[in-house]
Design a protein around this ligand. Sequence first.
Ligand SMILES: [Fe+2]
Length: 340
Amino acid sequence: MLEQSIAKAKILVADDVEAYRELLKDLLEEAGFEVVCAVDGAQALEVMRKEPIDLALLDVMMPRRTGFSVCRTIKSDPKTCLTPVVLVTGLDNLDDRIQGIECGADDFLSKPTNKQELLARTRSLLKLKKFTDELENAATVLTSLALSVEAKDPYTEGHCARLSKYSVALAKKLARPKEEQEALRIGGILHDIGKVAVPEQILLKPGPLTPQERKIMEEHPVKGEYICSPLKSIKLVLPIIRHHHEKLDGSGYPDGLKGDQIPLTARILTTVDVYDALSTDRPYRKALSTKDAFALIREEVKRGWWEGHLIDEFEKILMRKDNRSVSGRESASRIEGVAI
Ligand SMILES: [Fe+2]
């Protein structure tokens, strides 16, 4: 099954030497792969932008951008960063290999190329790519599930997308590592996925919840963590999902964690979540202006619920473009312009 699926793979061969390019093309086509050729680095990138490529074989020395430069661009673009790149370099050229590793290359092939080695490396990388694609598909299913939960409630429209963007912006402002920023980007989307297990009559109830209903509602962080836990690639997102309703004084749920016991990524998301809830319309009240929302949040900081420093930094992000007092919907659209 797997062999069949990788046999249909589309491979980019980029080399300015026609004879070598044709040789690789013939060998790969003979093995059943589809091959697209590029005569230099710039054309290789053009192909990568236009077509879904499963593997790129790049000569190191090419006109109009070297293989290193093309590899670096492929690996820095979120749309292509998971595509395996093989650099074709002179036999035993250690400097090229070190530079290639620094550019993110997945493997190397020597010139002249041995047919068996070419096909073995190609198949092995394509198998890895196939597994990565399957993981990506699983993540897409989870995202769709999270968005379908959000879609049940007309009052929370766009909430996940805003949380994702705002949280990344705040993490960036706090100079948090890239992996935490990425966890928050995904966490913003997935944080309430556990609400899929909450009955609609509770989820959409306009009035106050009974103690029994509240108990069911408050299970959603644990259920969300359980739903996402099989996906190893989002391990850093799990604490965000589980702890996004904790409060600094320990009065939150599900674990009643206090202060620094709550992971910082969860505290960042909570900061944004609290603001978003106040600055958008709810069945029981209209959206508060940014000024009123922050005034209320600061009262809650005094009660020991939220972290004043995080609230201040988040307010600075919202106020970066101007200091007008605006409603939640306006500021939500304004954040779209924040470079994140
Ligand atoms: Fe939640």
